[in-house]
Write a protein that binds this ligand. Sequence first.
Ligand SMILES: *Cc1c(COP(=O)(O)O)cnc(C)c1O
Length: 458
Amino acid sequence: MNLKPDEYRVVLDRARERSMEWIESVPDRPVAPSADVNAMKKVFARPLPDGPTDPATVVDELATLAEPGLMAMPSGRFFGWVIGGTLPAALGADWLVSSWDQNAGMRYASPATAAIEEVAGEWLLDILGLPAESDVGFTTGATMANWTGLAAARASVLDSVGWDVNTRGLQGAPVITVLVGAERHASVDLALRYLGLGAPTIVAADYKGRIRVDALREALEAVDGPAILCLQAGNLHSGASDPMRSAIQAAHKHGAWVHVDGAFGLWAAASPSLRDQLDGIETADSWATDAHKTLNVPYDCGVAIIAKPNLARAALGTQTAYLIQDATGAPDPYDLVPELSRRARGVPVWAALRQLGRSGVISLVDGLVANAQALATGLAALPGVSVMNDVVFTQVCLTFGSDKRTREVTQRLIADGAVWMSGSKWRGNDILRISVSNWSTDADDVAFSIAAVQRAMA
Ligand SMILES: *Cc1c(COP(=O)(O)O)cnc(C)c1O
């Protein structure tokens, strides 16, 4: 018996209705969820049903029960962590990806998704100004994109000293020195841990959180043996990027591989007015970014880019009789990322880029920065508010006099729920942190959000 299309129609119609209910609620609903996770556990914690339930009822029940515990992350008034919204074409494409249900691992098995992802990869390299022959893989996020770049780095720097990590592993291997800036993202440390490389060697950062090239040169002088440098495009707090050209040059002089974590900051490269901040970035060896942040595709979607073709495949690829390769011998999607089976998460990237076009991507990135700057200017005008960073990209850090007062304002703002900004600590201060990452944030959202902070202060 084949599948019965009508059974899907009822469920998908219901899913579409309930999705639209959610989307229609986003512009006006409080950003904060009204129920916490304990309340949600009570709602969902029922014994496993003894028998089946009508599928449309399942979808209805899911939408109804989940609603109070959903954060309006797609809202233009959500500025927490670094979290993008979803462009309409990307969401529609994501639905198709689920409906198509392709295992996107092999070119031979899923020609359409393989081709779409390859084109999406070429478009990304074009708009980000990275070497056109690079390999592009789609991962769950930037953590695994960092892992992918660093896995290729590990294999390559060991290979250069005559050690094949694929056969010999790390036991007895030459020690790899991994250099990172003091303010790299925690996911870099995770990726290194997963790769068996342990904790990195820390290089001092300046007051904007950028790696100090003088300190880097000194650290490189002390290195004996294979080395990897991990740079950052887009500091979580300041939005500033490491000085790419000079840092990469210094590292390459020592034969080190340079990986760039650009989870959100790599997108500055797409904008002619911001690209200077990343001058020289195209000379690195690998890059990680997220499409689910700045590009505003649905979760989950990261991008791992390796400049020299075939290095990703050498580190991550495999060949067996049952994974059938097509006649071209081109790398299969599974050769470029840690997964064999996976969803075609690059398809929504294609759709987002197709919707926006080159000018749309530039407006998206420039618009996020303009809104961050407008928020910073508006908030700095309130008595007792200081903006800690030069707002060069999408991130704004605020203090409200004392740490205690900053924590109080943050708590009241979150309790109010109309907007969402997250608390953090930076350079020894408690701060309120804003990340403008949503394509739909507009001038009204900016004014509304400034008023919300003012309320929380009062
Ligand atoms: C978000 C982020 C990451 C991790 O990305 P995930 O998509 O959450 O895995 C890494 N680096 C930076 C700078 C980030 O902002």
